[in-house]
Design a protein around this ligand. Structure first.
Ligand code: NAD
Length: 486
């Protein structure tokens, strides 16, 4: 198979500290693999505590000396808009790098830069339009909110759609006037290496943005524990979230946690079945199934269950799995051999827990690389591990239900609570069910598109604290209440 290797790949991936690209003080590096060949294509600086110390010191200096935290919102917004323009202009290059490093299909990597750019534009607009509360008790008192950026924000991000998810944190943190240290995921550090040039060209002062590569247990942990980092925004697995939560507790740090999911898509018999099948296929097989909001459990009303399963499986069998750079590819290579092994273990387990309708292993003709055929299990019992646990790959569990109450119990019967998708033509049921389902975000007869003003986040094991719109600004700022007696 022809495999596309981008031109001008960096010779090595470095940290970016105080406006300089630097190696680790220790000289340590780690290997970064291309998920199609699983060969090392570059090494990246493996940050240790001393690198994090330098990055935090640079961010602290930029915060203390300014001008970033004290700039007028309008001035900061101009820089953010220049960042957005630079990001948007790199769409095809970013997609090429992201596809190469993560194994995402190129058609799905294209457009991610536009989404990342929108995050910067949105927060540029928001800080200019920001209004804070003022209360007046006539003749007695006035009270108002004075907002200030908190300081150095520690941002820790995962490997799925890495650049775009980094922008979700970078844009509000910078818009709020914080300075930042970003620790991107070790599986996929390539696209994050674009930020330094983008920020420098847009006129972001040195030291406002710093990046330390490395492993979670080393660089990530040092950032979480650093005494000069008062808040951590984390996206990743729920188990990692728990560790970080514990490690933030001693210093009572601010925390925002976007964690794992096992989101249900509930299909009632009165749904538009064509639309529900299209959407639920997209929900779990787009982005290689490596999507936090994947609808990885499909609950289907029994009267349409057999029809749904056979039509769904037929479509899943026809999904094109192949080289991520091929525009015909719909499911590419999973990010890393360790993750591939994890997903394959669930596929084998699924064969003992459900009825295999499609996939079930490596697709024929793709003998190397982290390829998994889109896999569909039906008749999956609610206590099955493939029903309960996040797989984070192209694997779906389908389960029948008879009543609305049963559907709700099944939907809520897992530890996660990130998203839910409902398919029904009964508007009353859509809303009452949506308001009872344990999920931070619900899509009715639709999927995944959201306005940037809405809250984003999960409940239960899927997260803590919601970002999105002004909630993100609240997270990255202190709101001081000032009272004057008149
Ligand atoms: P992960 O938890 O393994 O790693 C995420 C980040 O945390 C990485 O940068 C990693 O190096 C770092 N890390 C690991 N251990 C650490 C520690 N002890 N201290 C500090 N940092 C540490 O997650 P992943 O495998 O990279 O990403 C996949 C997970 O992310 C899935 O569970 C997925 O659902 C979740 N996710 C959630 C959302 C959301 O918005 N809720 C979005 C995307 C991904």
């Amino acid at each position: 198979m022809k495999h596309h290797i981008p031109e001008d790949l960096p010779g090595k991936i470095q940290h970016y500290i105080g406006g300089e690209l630097v190696d680790s003080v220790s000289g340590k590096t780690f290997d970064v693999l291309d998920p199609v060949t699983n060969q090392t294509y570059v090494t990246a600086a493996a940050g240790q505590a001393e690198d994090v110390d330098l990055a935090v010191a640079a961010a602290r200096k930029a915060f203390a000396d300014g001008p970033w935290p004290s700039m007028l919102p309008r001035e900061r917004a101009r820089v953010l808009n220049r960042i957005a323009d630079a990001v948007a202009a790199q769409d095809s290059r970013l997609a090429e790098l992201e596809t190469f490093d993560t194994g995402l299909p190129i058609t799905q990597a294209l457009g991610q830069a536009q989404r990342a750019a929108e995050n910067f534009r949105f927060f540029a607009d928001l800080i200019v339009a920001q209004a804070d509360d003022t209360y007046r008790v006539p003749g007695r008192q006035m009270n108002y909110v004075h907002r200030r950026p908190i300081g150095v924000a520690g941002l820790i991000t995962p490997w799925n759609t890495p650049f775009m998810l980094e922008s979700w944190k970078l844009a509000p943190a910078l818009a709020s006037g914080c300075t930042v240290v970003l620790k991107p995921a070790e599986f996929t550090p390539l696209s994050a290496s674009l930020w330094a040039g983008i920020f420098r060209d847009a006129g972001l002062p040195d030291g406002v943005f710093n990046l330390v590569n490395g492993f979670g247990e080393e660089a990530g942990d040092a950032l979480v524990r650093h005494p000069d980092v008062p808040l951590i925004s984390f996206t990743g697995e729920s188990t990692t979230g728990r560790t970080i939560y514990r490690n933030c507790a001693t210093a009572l740090k601010g925390m925002s946690m976007e964690l794992g999911g096992k989101s249900p898509a509930i299909v009632f018999a009165d749904a538009d079945l064509d639309a529900a099948i299209d959407s639920t296929l997209f929900g779990v097989f787009s982005l290689n199934g490596e999507r936090c909001t994947a609808g990885s459990r499909i609950l289907v009303e029994r009267s349409v269950y057999d029809e749904f399963c056979s039509r769904y499986a037929e479509r899943a069998r026809n999904i094109v799995v192949g080289d991520p750079h091929d525009p015909a590819t719909e499911v590419g290579a999973l990010v890393h051999p360790e993750h591939y092994d994890k997903v394959m273990r669930y596929v084998e387990l699924g064969k003992t827990e459900g009825r295999l309708l499609a996939g079930g292993g490596r697709p024929s003709g793709l003998d190397t690389g982290n390829y998994v055929a889109p896999t569909v299990f039906a008749d999956v019992a609610p206590d099955a591990r493939i029903f309960q646990e996040e797989i984070f790959g192209p694997v779906v569990a389908i389960t029948p239900f008879d009543t609305e109450d049963e559907a709700l119990a099944l939907a809520n019967g897992v530890k996660y609570g990130l998203a839910a998708y409902l398919w029904t033509s009964n508007l009353t049921r859509a809303h009452t069910f949506a308001q009872s389902v344990e999920a931070g975000m619900v899509w009715l007869n639709s999927h995944n598109v959201r306005d940037l003003r809405t809250p984003f986040g999960g409940i239960k094991a899927s997260g803590l604290g919601h970002e999105g719109g002004y909630r993100s600004i609240d997270f990255y700022t202190h709101q001081q209440a000032i009272h004057i007696t008149l």
